[in-house]
Design a protein. Structure first.
Ligand code: FAD
Length: 444
């Protein structure tokens, strides 16, 4: 059945990044029968996008990523739903290791090829780096080289998703949160080949013409994705600056070092977020997603909204402290708070997985963010609507196709295999029976 503006569409994960964007673009195109479903209200407390800030930059990995980043840059700059949340502080990519410096040179070559060379400045010496980012004056950056991106900056992530939510309310979108928004299973036709809707945790049956599963890192535990996505956690910590310190760091570009991590200028409340850089953490459990013939090992997120006392492994405290010592040595003794894990879904090739599920006509997956998709918030939904309408550009369709067996999502494009949280002490501070929780789709 072809879509028309009266078609009914369910969007699971609609309080998160990709799901809220999908709902937004459907409503903007005039669709009138849309239901956003999620475990939490928008912005979902467990969404990877519910965060102080995310990096905005142009991805040059491949032509599809480049096109999407340029579209996103335009929307963050000009769409009033998003533009208040784009902070154009600029961005410094920098490194001291020979591999890292080679990667920086490679980035410059790709920028030149893309005709964007003029938008960046190569910084060959410490003095040149400090001239661009004076806040690094006391840091140990001996031998570092850098690229300064005038155009980049950061996105006030949770606030931007909240802004989408306000627009959805104005458009009259229907919402179901909590147990009545938590995906449990699909409703299938008698021959099992067509998706007719979905059942939520409280037993509500929603019939619909299309079901979109944009449930982020939870998706591989909800439906059988044939190992195409592996859910992994990354970590961050916050520091509180004094008003004097804020004055010194306000306007500081985002500083990113692929060997160490990254930090952002202080928010209006004087909070600085610091991340380390590593291949992520998995959390493998035996589990049977909908459609799988038997239980299998699946990496399942543990929601920090549901487990607010969870922090991160002791190993992360060491690497986060290392990042602070390198970038912000004056703050190396500062107390850290909001030390947390946040979950993403890696694919083997780091491209999204956005396509119709081959076994169930009418059921679409929109996931595989691979840890770099927040910046797509303003525009990714536009392309998901094109997919639903059958008009998606061929190269996007090809990049985002169903592709089991095409690589190892556990390794993905990362430098090493992800370690499993079961082997890492320090992050769990409650006594919740996680095995019981694991069968509790969407809220573990
Ligand atoms: P989410 O935004 O997590 O949304 C998934 C939604 O599904 C949630 O709302 C959840 O509640 C819901 N859900 C789960 N289970 C169910 C269920 N059973 N039923 C219904 N709903 C359900 N990207 C960048 O572009 N720049 C960056 O600088 C950047 N930095 C990052 C730093 C960290 C530490 C992390 C963890 C990620 C970072 N990312 C960054 C990646 C970015 O956050 C993600 O790519 C993006 O937010 C993923 O969006 P999503 O919609 O797939 O998932």
């Amino acid at each position: 059945m072809r879509l028309d503006i009266n078609s009914s569409i369910l969007i699971f994960g609609g309080s998160g990044t990709i799901g809220s964007s999908t709902a937004l673009h459907l409503t903007r195109k005039g669709y009138r029968n849309i239901r956003v479903l999620d475990v939490y209200p928008i912005p979902s407390a467990q969404s990877a996008g519910n965060d102080l800030n995310k990096i905005m930059g142009t991805s040059l990995r491949n032509p599809v990523d480049r096109q999407l980043s340029l579209e996103a840059e335009d929307a963050w700059s000009n769409d009033p739903t998003f533009s208040p949340y784009y902070h154009r502080s600029g961005r410094l990519d920098c490194c001291g290791s020979s591999d890292g410096i080679n990667d920086l040179r490679d980035t410059v070559a790709k920028l030149d090829d893309a005709g964007l060379g003029h938008t960046v400045e190569w910084l060959d010496t410490e003095a040149q780096i400090i001239q661009r980012v004076p806040q690094l004056a006391g840091s140990n950056i001996q031998g570092w080289k850098g690229i300064f991106f005038e155009r980049g900056g950061w996105l006030a992530a949770a606030k931007a998703i909240d802004s989408v939510g306000r627009e959805l309310i104005r458009h009259g979108v229907q919402f179901s949160f909590g147990d009545s928004g938590t995906f449990q299973s699909l409703i299938l036709s008698d021959d099992g080949k067509t998706c007719l809707g979905a059942v939520t945790k409280d037993g509500t049956r929603y019939l619909a013409d299309r079901v979109v599963l944009a449930s982020g890192a939870w998706t591989p535990s909800l439906v059988d994705l044939e190992d195409q996505c592996c859910s992994k956690a990354w970590v961050y910590a916050h520091m509180q600056l004094t008003p004097e310190e804020v004055k010194e760091y306000i306007g500081c570009p985002v500083v990113y070092n692929e060997d160490i991590g990254f930090f952002f200028e202080p928010t209006e409340d004087g909070v600085v977020k610091v991340c380390d850089e590593f291949p992520g953490f998995t959390r493998y459990k035996m589990h049977q997603p909908f459609g799988a013939s038997k239980p299998t090992l699946v990496s399942i997120p543990r929601s920090h909204a549901r487990h607010p006392t969870d922090t991160y492994p002791d190993a992360s405290e060491i690497t986060i402290r290392k990042a602070i010592a390198a970038f912000l040595p004056n703050f190396k003794d500062k107390e850290l708070f909001n030390r947390a894990m946040c979950w993403c879904a890696d694919t083997a090739d780091a491209n999204l997985l956005v396509c119709e599920h081959p076994r169930w006509k009418g059921c679409f997956v929109a996931t595989g963010d691979s840890g770099h998709s927040f910046k797509l918030l303003p525009i990714i939904g536009k392309h998901i609507v094109e997919l639903l309408e059958g008009t998606l550009q061929e190269d996007l369709r090809e990049a985002w196709r169903w592709r089991p067996g095409s690589g190892d999502a556990r390794k993905s494009t990362r430098a090493a295999l992800a370690k499993d949280l079961a082997d890492l002490p320090g992050w769990k501070h409650d006594s919740v029976d996680t095995e019981k929780g694991d069968s509790d789709h969407g809220v573990v």
